[in-house]
Ligand binder design. Structure first.
Ligand code: PGA
Length: 238
């Protein structure tokens, strides 16, 4: 696990946006695992700008979102689909066939998302944030490291944090569908970003807690190609 502490969160966004442009130019059919949330919102803006400025061809990339809320209309402004459309898909005019979310007819079928990813050639790069409780995607503490995409009951701490994205706050979903830990570990390269003091403990535990399912992010220490980017606040305990 390589960790880089950056002077400002904006420096992380700019650096990763440039990396994304380079990666797409090197591999125009790249498969990207993509997050939603506050950490990455400015990154998407910067990336769209850079991709357009450099006339990078995004017509053959494929995106696979990490997770989605359960029992929520995709038209809802706070849905992860709506987030991705606003911040990335629409500005880049991506075709629907290029973008993927874990939707299946039966709750027992979510593991098929892993098959679809594998059939597409696997994830070349997956971008992750981290929860204050150490979750990655929506893999909450206690998730088995061999888990594939599955349905989860969110913890009270995650539900509390997510309330800030909902109005009224009571609309916050309590369940989700997420790539599993093994889905994440199967990606060729993992990039994790943490910003702000609220993530400092989670970053410390990811690096120092024994590798254990009680801290999902410690699973990343089993992967040989992980880059972690933190701002000064998120890296203040390491
Ligand atoms: P955030 O979410 O980017 O909104 O902080 C990160 C996460 O919970 O994984």
């Amino acid at each position: 696990m390589k960790i880089k502490q950056c002077e400002s969160p904006q420096n992380i966004d700019k650096f990763l946006a440039d990396q994304l442009v380079e990666s797409i130019n090197e591999n125009p059919t790249i498969n990207l695992g993509l997050p939603t949330g506050g950490t990455y919102t400015p990154f998407y803006q910067t990336s769209v700008d850079r991709l357009k400025q450099t006339n990078t061809d995004t017509s053959s990339i494929k995106t696979f979102n990490l997770d989605r809320y359960y029992n929520q209309s995709i038209k809802d402004h706070s849905s992860f689909e709506a987030f991705m459309h606003r911040h990335f898909f629409e500005p880049l005019s991506l075709e629907k066939s290029q973008t993927h979310f874990p939707y299946f007819n039966s709750d027992d079928d979510y593991g098929l998302y892993d098959t679809i990813i594998d059939d597409a050639g696997g994830l070349d790069i997956i971008l992750l944030g981290i929860g204050v409780n150490g979750h990655i995607a929506f893999n909450e503490p206690g998730t088995p490291f061999n888990s594939k995409t599955h349905k989860v009951a969110l913890t009270s701490s995650t539900i509390e944090t997510n309330k800030s994205f909902f109005n009224p706050k009571e609309d916050v979903p309590t369940e989700a569908v997420t790539m599993g830990i093994s889905t994440i570990l199967n990606a060729k390269k993992v990039i994790l970003v943490a910003k702000g003091f609220s993530k400092a403990n989670a970053v410390y535990d990811m690096m120092n807690h024994r590798i254990h399912e009680s801290v999902p992010s410690t699973a990343l220490r089993l992967h040989e190609n992980v880059e972690v980017y933190v701002d000064e606040a998120a890296g203040s305990l390491i």
